[in-house]
Design a binder for this molecule. Structure first.
Ligand code: NZQ
Ligand code: ZN
Length: 396
């Protein structure tokens, strides 16, 4: 186990009906002038936005709303939000939605607290973030885990660059996890969310640090619970019990807990971010589309033991031989993605088979123009990334 430092400051308010505590939490965390951020309208249609605004009014808090956040949220839209937050002198940003809305709210909080700095400079690490505003969350889709994570992901559309920023300033002050709010999810969105939750855990579990028993055991338990309840929420998002388990696992899978003492891999996420930047595909789908190709590329030789452990402890595979257990585990995981209804190859993302030029471009985006490697379980060079994209494309 490696040394670590861990600070989870987010107050969690979980359970059916917890939505009603939002205004109280806003006040408790110092909000008096609130910018309420939301997406393309699902929370307008469900009546949630109205109910939240009414609560703020009744609590005597002033607020303005800022909608229109798109999935794979754009830098330019967040910059518009910063201007709105500055104009009203907001002191708390309240996100009502999923990862895209929460990450936009985080970006607005950073921009409001640092109006002299171009927002993207924090994402490129040219500038260090040293202050921000509190962000509150009312979660409507279990998926990204942004409601407790230290990360925020934005797309700079001018550069076709999708990047995450990790800092404790990204940890929300509070998160309302009310499983009833996800009951309106379309099956594909629910499936993408379940995939992302699995992947946040897998991208930590597959790492090179041995003897990390507590984190590994927590990760395996979390994976089993998500696999057991994932298909239930896709079939029936109003199943409050299953949705509650998935929602809580979504937060736990990306607040850092299951990776403590390890060395995050996150290669699959990096491969997926390039796909979303170029083709604007849903985040969860960008991950399932490359997972099998990634697993095949990294499992060989000394990697079999880890995949075999995953197979035995998560999938209950009884094969004694590590290579057979590893191969069976990968096949079972891919079959699960198929049953969820998410893509398991690049062509299944909906843009057909990619040509060599497109694969080169994806590799360039993922490797930041051949200036970085990704992953820790296996360190992947630009050539490795290219080979994984090609395999996911069905090339041999
Ligand atoms: O925009 P609206 O109309 O609200 O519709 C959204 C959107 O179309 C819809 N939706 C959300 N809740 C709903 C609902 N529809 C009906 N009923 C509801 N209750 O779902 C669609 C997707 O929303 P989005 O917020 O994009 O989904 P998700 O939570 O999966 O977030 C994805 C974004 O988060 C980033 C991803 O890269 C992507 O940009 N991530 C953020 C992370 C973080 N900050 O820690 C980590 C993740 O790995 C991820 O990278
Ligand atoms: Zn993710």
């Amino acid at each position: 186990m490696q040394a670590f430092q861990y600070w989870l400051k987010t107050e969690i308010c979980f359970g059916a009906g917890s939505e009603a505590k939002t205004a109280e939490l806003v006040r408790k965390h110092g909000g008096t002038r609130i910018l309420v951020v939301y997406g393309g309208g699902s929370c307008v249609r469900s009546g949630l936005l109205d109910r939240i605004c009414r609560q703020l009014q009744e609590e005597g808090l002033s607020y303005e709303t800022f909608g229109g956040v798109q999935p794979n949220p754009r830098l330019a839209h967040a910059e518009t939000g910063v201007q709105k937050a500055l104009a009203m002198d907001a002191d708390l940003i309240l996100a009502v939605g999923g990862g895209s809305v929460i990450d936009t709210a985080k970006a607005i909080a950073h921009g409001k607290a640092n109006p002299e700095t171009p927002l993207w400079a924090f994402w490129t690490r040219e500038r260090e973030l040293e202050r921000s505003l509190p962000v509150g969350v009312v979660l409507t889709i279990p998926a990204a885990g942004s409601e407790t994570s230290d990360s925020a992901v934005l797309t700079n559309e001018a550069l076709l660059s999708k990047r995450g920023l990790s800092t404790d300033f990204n940890r929300p002050a509070f998160a309302v996890l009310d499983p009833c709010l996800a009951a309106t999810l379309p099956p594909y969105q629910a499936a993408c969310g379940v995939t992302d939750i699995l992947m946040h855990t897998l991208d930590r579990y597959f790492n090179p640090v041995p003897d990390n028993e507590t984190s590994d055991a927590m990760a395996e338990a979390l994976l089993r619970v998500v696999l057991a309840n994932g298909k239930r929420v896709v079939d029936d998002p109003s199943d409050t019990h299953a949705m509650g388990e998935i929602m809580w696992c979504g937060s736990l899978s990306h607040n850092g807990l299951t990776g403590l003492g390890g060395k995050k891999d996150f290669a699959v996420h990096q491969l997926g971010h390039a796909l979303s930047a170029k083709y604007d595909v849903a985040h969860g789908a960008s991950l399932s589309a490359v997972w099998e190709a990634w697993a095949d590329a990294v499992a060989g030789a000394d990697g079999y033991a880890r995949f075999a452990r995953f197979g035995r402890n998560v999938w209950d595979i009884r094969e004694a031989d590590d290579e057979t257990a590893a191969r069976t585990a990968i096949a079972r995981q891919v079959q699960y993605f198929r049953e969820l209804g998410v893509p398991v190859s690049l062509p299944e993302l909906g843009f057909g088979k990619l040509d060599d030029e497109a694969l080169d471009h994806l590799t360039d985006l993922c490797s930041y123009g051949n200036t970085r490697t990704i992953g820790s379980f296996r360190v992947l060079t630009a050539a490795d990334m290219r080979a994984i994209y090609a395999a996911a494309n069905g090339d041999h």
